[in-house]
Each structure stands twice: as structure tokens, then as C-alpha cells.
Write a protein that binds this ligand. Structure first.
Ligand SMILES: [Mg+2]
Length: 127
């Protein structure tokens, strides 16, 4: 029996490599991959931009979609849990509309994310 978790990442204002940079380190995306999660990006950035970003980071993502197509991801992948991590009300809106749990990428609410979703950061990166 497999329990698949799917995590969608917004880019701008969410990932540390976004514009503006967000609180989510690229290491967290790698951790999600390492855990076998279905991982991808859902952003207002064009698909070509999203793909180039992941290629540059050398992370093989499972999907890259525009924000209003998050529902397609839900249809495309069977998972036991669907999360969208983003920084705005627009993210929250599309996450809810697509049946995803919305995790807000801000320092205040980061601690409210499910504690078992990602491993604690490696020792070397603890602040
Ligand atoms: Mg954003």
C-alpha cells in the first residue's frame, strides 16, 4: 500500500529563488523529492520559465502548471494528500478550489505546517 503525498510550490514570494525571494529553501523541494513525493510548481510564471528554473536547479519535477490549472494536477495524479505552498490569497483561492490543503509560506504560519511533512533541516543548516 502506498501513501503518496503531492506538493505544489508557488515560485515568486514562496521559494528562496523566487522574485521576490520567499521562505522556502530549495533544499525543502529536494527533501520532498527524496521522500518520494509528487512535486512540482504552480505559478503565474510561464511554463517555459518554470521548466528552465527546475532544470537549472537540477530537480526533476513531476509537473509545471499555471496557477489556475492546479485542478488539472489533482486530476492527473492520485495522491492521499495534496498540498499547495504559496504566499498570497490567490494561492489560497486556487488551492481550495482544486481541493488542495493550502500552506502559507510566511515565517508566522510556517510552524503550522504538518510537522511530519518535511524532515527537520540538516544539522549544518540549522540557524
Ligand atoms: Mg507567489
Amino acid at each position: 500500500m502506498s501513501r503518496v503525498t503531492l506538493v505544489s510550490f508557488d515560485i515568486d514570494g514562496t521559494l528562496e529563488v523566487g522574485e521576490p525571494p520567499g521562505i522556502v529553501p530549495v533544499a525543502l523541494v529536494r527533501e520532498a523529492k527524496r521522500r518520494g513525493y509528487v512535486v512540482g510548481s504552480c505559478s503565474d510564471r510561464p511554463i517555459g520559465f518554470q521548466r528552465a528554473l527546475w532544470e537549472r536547479l537540477r530537480i526533476a519535477v513531476d509537473f509545471t502548471v499555471l496557477k489556475h490549472h492546479l485542478g488539472d494536477v489533482r486530476t492527473q495524479f492520485v495522491a492521499t494528500a495534496y498540498y499547495h505552498i504559496g504566499d498570497t490569497e490567490v494561492d489560497a483561492f486556487y488551492a481550495n478550489a482544486a481541493g488542495f490543503s493550502f500552506l502559507r509560506a510566511d515565517p508566522e504560519t510556517r510552524r503550522l505546517w504538518p510537522s511530519d511533512l518535511f524532515a527537520p533541516p540538516p544539522d549544518g543548516h540549522r540557524s
